[in-house]
Write a protein that binds this ligand. Structure first.
Ligand code: ARG
Ligand code: GLU
Length: 703
């Protein structure tokens, strides 16, 4: 009886974190090497026919061998025996843009290599694959003592990590890295392979690949063909290699067959990729700070920047091409933060989190571990309140100096250059080369009028001293003049920099950031992280019946769920699948967001769909699932119950972007483009049938 009562008291927690089996609605991003047991059972109950070993195996090929971390920020998957990979259009955007010019506008027209010889190399682009994952917690936490300060612990941990990497068994061309999980309560070693010859194979025009642009971003119904294709090349031994003409298409250990049968509501879906960051175990006070202070301040700065960038991009084609990537990056997080706030408010997430904390506190008493853990929540509360102001101040600097305004970014790089020269004068030549790269990077896509207007709009968020006249005299806004600043010896360079009006204007603010603001921020952050580590440990100890997945940290994860619609607000229900019909409904001739290419209109008019229509004769475009995804999952394969590719993950719904802090099965949905739409565009729209022939198309549902 007593036990029963205790259990009853725990019900709110159980509701928050545990999900009953057989229920499609759950969150979680799981470590692929640890799926046996709970995850395997749960996947099965959702309709999955794969075993844990089909997904991750180190002795024979498995699904994981087909999933690559694309350029460190997105996910990609291999879809042919010749190293053909698929990722999102917005993940390949930078590469597509860099091959584009007014004459060859691949952003606008799309790009299709009709033979291997036409595939375009991309300097700096790489794809990483996971060879093996190993739990190395015991080694990494060896000799890390409770009596040590946080700094001392960090030093010991870093030392241990180096030793673990050193001792790891690997081939000479492979790499190792160690990552913290569960806030540093667990550590895993990753042995990886990096391919650096990755060539652009195909991309639809932006009017397909980014159809709906900012208006539709983070929204459903969605009608975007957000895909692009690359090919991995290897040396003649099929090993990773830098770009070379002599390289050949990579022969993968595994590639994903593609299902032509698609999905229906309730079907099992597994999304396999590299989610970047989540914060699922934050205390209420942190969610409050993020949604009520941090997000609004970031949104305001980006609002101000986007106002001018958007207007000038629409007025001028050259500016449009130059600022396409930058604008997309700025607008993407801006809209996400707005949605995140919306979701947190709508679901009363902060109040719920407080209720949960009360339950946690009660459980501490019941388990008689108050002495060990009861300090955690009160301390986090006061630490976060103390942290709020410096966090905002620091972030404002980042937003203004590093993200939105490019002149300030160049002065910041110049400041770093001077620091580097002072610290390490004998490497002067190397530092100058680094700075040249920085300047060339900015000027590749720079328009001084846009930047000056951004300056006037965003600078007031950081200082009262807004002086746009620096644009008249500074050398930084003209690449040739800027490079002259770097001529001469160290003394001369530093002298010239100090004389530049923009540098002189920015320097006191940069110094304050570097020597005070950031230092204070890091100090407080370290304290918070140490407590959050304890909190995580306490949660798992006193509420062991809940299910805990480690926050995303850029490592390979599995998230599973089912195809499901949702209700964004009262009286409205979104079906889980949408069709080409919807593209045509949204069509606005000549509009920069909703134009539809002539060829696509014709295919639609003639119902020329080939093998890509569903049983009702319609081409599915996008669908929704309950998979728990985040930034970095872009381009992740959506795999059906049998191990075939059915979709390409690229977004979440607006009300659900709060899933980074608070996954709620009612409204958190990921958005995927249906593979049949991808194939339809490649085949019927672009006529790149040679690519279709390379793939393995299957009918799993027909058997
Ligand atoms: N919101 C998605 C993500 O976070 C898609 C972004 C690309 N699409 C766009 N319209 N900007 O990356
Ligand atoms: N579009 C996101 C990305 O670039 C993925 C969607 C999300 O954040 O859920 O990674």
């Amino acid at each position: 009886m007593e036990k029963m009562l205790k259990l009853l008291k725990l019900i709110p927690v159980v509701l928050l974190l545990i999900v009953t089996q057989g229920n499609a609605q759950q969150g979680g991003m799981w470590i692929p090497s640890l799926l046996e047991g709970m995850n395997e059972t749960e996947m099965k109950s959702l309709g999955c026919e794969l075993t844990a070993k089909d997904i991750y195996d180190i002795n024979s090929s498995s699904l994981k061998d087909a999933v690559g971390h694309f350029n460190g920020g997105c996910t990609s998957e291999i879809i042919s025996p010749k190293g053909l990979i698929l990722t999102n259009h917005h993940c390949g955007f930078g590469q597509i843009q860099s091959h584009s010019s007014l004459e060859n506008d691949y952003l606008k027209e799309g790009f299709w290599a009709m033979s291997l010889a036409e595939e375009l190399p991309n300097e700096g682009l790489y794809v990483d694959f996971i060879v093996r994952i190993e739990d190395v917690t015991v080694n990494v936490l060896d000799s890390v003592l409770d009596t040590m300060t946080e700094e001392e612990k960090q030093v010991q941990i870093s030392k241990n990590i180096e030793a673990v990497k050193e001792a790891a068994k690997k081939e000479e061309w492979q790499n190792t890295k160690v990552k913290a999980f569960y806030k540093g309560n667990q550590y895993f070693l990753f042995v990886t392979e990096r391919f650096e010859d990755v060539r652009l194979v195909g991309a639809p025009p932006t009017s397909i690949g980014k159809f709906g642009s900012d208006t539709d971003n983070w929204m459903f119904p969605r009608h975007t063909g957000d895909f692009s294709m690359f090919r991995i090349y290897a040396d003649t031994n099929n090993r990773p290699a830098k770009y070379s003409k002599a390289n050949v298409p990579y022969q993968p250990k595994h590639f994903l067959p593609i299902s032509l049968d698609g999905v229906a509501e309730g079907d099992f879906t597994l999304v396999f990729g590299f989610p970047g960051t989540t914060d699922e175990y934050l205390p209420a006070v942190a969610i409050e700070h993020i949604t009520q202070e941090y997000n609004p301040s970031n949104i305001a700065i980006r609002d101000a920047a986007l106002k001018v960038i958007d207007a000038q991009m629409q007025a001028n084609d050259e500016v449009r091409i130059k600022y396409a990537s930058k604008q997309a990056r700025i607008a993407n997080a801006w809209k996400k933060w707005i949605g995140e706030n919306l979701g947190i408010e709508k679901t009363n997430a902060i109040a719920d989190r407080r209720v949960f904390e009360a339950t946690f506190t009660k459980a501490l008493k019941e388990k008689r571990v108050e002495a060990k853990y009861s300090h955690i929540l009160p301390q986090l509360d006061s630490l976060y309140k103390d942290f709020a102001a410096i966090n905002i101040k620091r972030r404002n600097f980042v937003e203004v100096f590093l993200i939105t305004n490019e002149l300030m970014k160049m002065t910041y790089r110049a400041y770093q250059l001077v620091e580097m020269i002072n610290e390490n004068p004998e490497e002067f030549e190397k530092h100058i080369k680094w700075m040249k790269n920085q300047l060339e990077g900015v000027h590749k896509n720079y328009d001084v009028n846009v930047d000056k207007a951004v300056f006037s709009n965003v600078m007031p968020f950081y200082t009262k001293n807004v002086n746009a006249s620096i644009y008249k005299k500074t050398s930084f806004t003209d690449l040739e003049k800027a490079l002259v600043l770097l001529e001469g010896d160290a003394k001369q360079v530093i002298k010239k920099l100090n004389k530049d009006v923009a540098y002189a204007y920015a320097k006191p603010m940069i110094v304050a950031y570097d020597k005070e603001i950031d230092v204070l921020y890091q100090e407080k952050k370290l304290q918070i992280e140490a407590l959050e580590k304890e909190y995580m440990q306490a949660l798992m100890e006193v509420l062991p019946q809940a299910r805990y997945f480690p926050d995303a940290n850029g490592t390979l994860r599995v998230t599973y769920g089912q195809v499901r619609g949702y209700s964004p607000r009262d009286g409205v229900y979104y079906n889980p699948v949408c069709y080409l019909e919807g593209v045509m409904e949204k069509y606005i001739p000549e509009d920069y967001e909703f134009d539809v290419p002539q060829k696509l209109q014709e295919l639609y008019k003639n119902k020329d769909y080939g093998q890509y229509a569903d049983a009702n004769g319609k081409v599915p475009v996008c669908f929704l699932g309950t998979n728990h995804t985040t930034g970095g999952n872009s381009g992740s394969p959506t795999i059906d119950a049998y191990g075939n590719l059915v979709g390409l993950n690229f977004d979440r719904v607006w009300e659900g972007t709060m899933s980074d802090m608070n996954y709620d099965p009612e409204i958190c949905r990921n958005i995927m483009v249906d593979l049949r739409y991808v194939l339809f565009i490649i085949d019927k729209y672009a006529g790149a049938t040679h690519l279709i022939e390379e793939m393995k198309l299957v009918h799993p549902k027909r058997k």
